[in-house]
Design a protein around this ligand. Sequence first.
Ligand SMILES: *Cc1c(COP(=O)(O)O)cnc(C)c1O
Length: 220
Amino acid sequence: MLNTSIYFEIKKTLPPKVTLVAVSKTKPVDDILSIYQCGQRIFGENKVQELCSKFESMPKDIEWHLIGHLQSNKVKYIAPFVALIHAVDSLKLLQEINKQAQKNKRVINCLLQIYIAKEESKFGLDVDEAISILHSPEFIALEHINIVGLMGMATNTDDQSIVKKEFTQLENFYQELKKDNTIAHCNFSILSMGMSNDYSLAIDCGSNMVRIGSSIFGNR
Ligand SMILES: *Cc1c(COP(=O)(O)O)cnc(C)c1O
């Protein structure tokens, strides 16, 4: 049995404006149900197939977030139900999400993943790439996309000053885009940053959505 007291402890430390995404990847349905029974309704998964099978078998009032990298050819499987896609990192992917959203008569909420870490990572846009996508005619044509904010992952290091610098950089870019009312299909309200190891610092730096897995569910 999962120890749910840790979940309540974490919930207690979160300011009211911060939304908790319980990251349930690799965890069995029974563990997820334990957290669901504590009142949690937002869960995050990083793999499309796992997300779809959990969606099928779990209560239908759960809001499912895809937090991991998404390949264009898999968008169709999640388009009917996904509540938020966190890691959008290309115009091509946005075009496919738009197409599948249209087929499902939906507008799909997305976050742009911004690359802030020092580590070599394959995923995420840099600031210039994000701006250029948001101002492109191809993007402006996407009526079934709603960009609700940004997501980022800091370097995995014990050096708090590095992590703080990266989160602050993302927060600054978020505030800049939020103010910019010349961009289509954007309604910025979510800054998704912070995981088990760094969520307190992320919140100090302006995060209002944290993605917490191992602290709630135990190590994977
Ligand atoms: C796994 C994962 C998390 C949660 O990580 P923990 O360290 O277990 O809290 C958050 N965000 C993304 C994108 C992940 O893949």
